[in-house]
Design a protein around this ligand. Sequence first.
Ligand SMILES: NC(=O)c1ccc[n+]([C@@H]2O[C@H](COP(=O)([O-])OP(=O)(O)OC[C@H]3O[C@@H](n4cnc5c(N)ncnc54)[C@H](OP(=O)(O)O)[C@@H]3O)[C@@H](O)[C@H]2O)c1
Length: 284
Amino acid sequence: MKTGVTGATGQLGRIVIEKLKERVSSESIVALVRTPQKAVDLGVETREFDYSKPDNLAIALKGIDSLLLISSNEIGQRARQHKNVIEAAKGAGVKWIVYTSILHADTSTLSLAGEHLATEAALKESGIQYTVLRNGWYTENYTRSVQGAIAAGAFLGSAGDGQISSAARADYAEAAAVVLTGLNHQGKIYELAGDEAYTLTDLAAEISKQTGKELPYKNLPEIEYAGILKSIGMPEGYANAIAGWDISASRGDLFDNAHQLSRLIGRPTTPLAKVVGISLTKPS
Ligand SMILES: NC(=O)c1ccc[n+]([C@@H]2O[C@H](COP(=O)([O-])OP(=O)(O)OC[C@H]3O[C@@H](n4cnc5c(N)ncnc54)[C@H](OP(=O)(O)O)[C@@H]3O)[C@@H](O)[C@H]2O)c1
């Protein structure tokens, strides 16, 4: 039985490979990667795999029984790219696809949700057995801004009092490894989120506590926040998207209290305080 992991050189994919190696033999894992030079340290078989090159995908999937399709980071291209992979998987006889979607993809107002829903629909239509991991926000999405916030003297955002049930990348990666190596996950859609919900005011308070510096949360109108992100060099489309995602967070789109993630991994999700602590000692 061979398990293929796409996006294995990405931040999530690398941890998935680590967690899979703790559960099954390295010989049964295949890293499907766009950039093979980046994969030499993974310690598993590597095959070249670019979602945008459909002609090569089926060959790379030969002999793969279970496939973890980690969603692409090329926003706007993803529905097509994921469809390429699903069609190739069908041609190559892959028996099961596990896909990393987004929390509450069917009701979320996040601009990211559409491409994930389109992929979920393509999975359904494919006739291949599938499992959907609707991953919530990574806590690291916010903690990567900690150093900038300290420099600016405030944590900025537009998420208001929205409750955010994020978890660490490592929690979602472990869930993927648990599902890929477990039984009876076919046909299921998991809504995965952290055990603990917080607002950006709570996050700023945690940073203040750990640094000993008074760091307030400053809530801004969407346009103003996007403007500040652009002024520090962020491309316009990305700045607008980030501010928009905060508006979705303010509506509760990043909240979930069903605890499916901690149930899957058999332990509590990584606390916010721990991820903040890591960001202070090892800035990304
Ligand atoms: N839940 C969240 O909060 C959250 C946050 C950010 C992203 N995401 C989603 O979750 C995914 C995994 O997260 P991450 O942190 O691991 O992201 P990441 O570090 O940006 O990794 C993305 C991976 O996708 C690969 N990729 C991109 N385009 C590809 C293509 N055309 N063909 C094949 N592979 C391609 C990249 O390959 P290279 O290594 O060659 O670049 C990389 O390995 C992201 O891609 C995104 O869809 C979720």
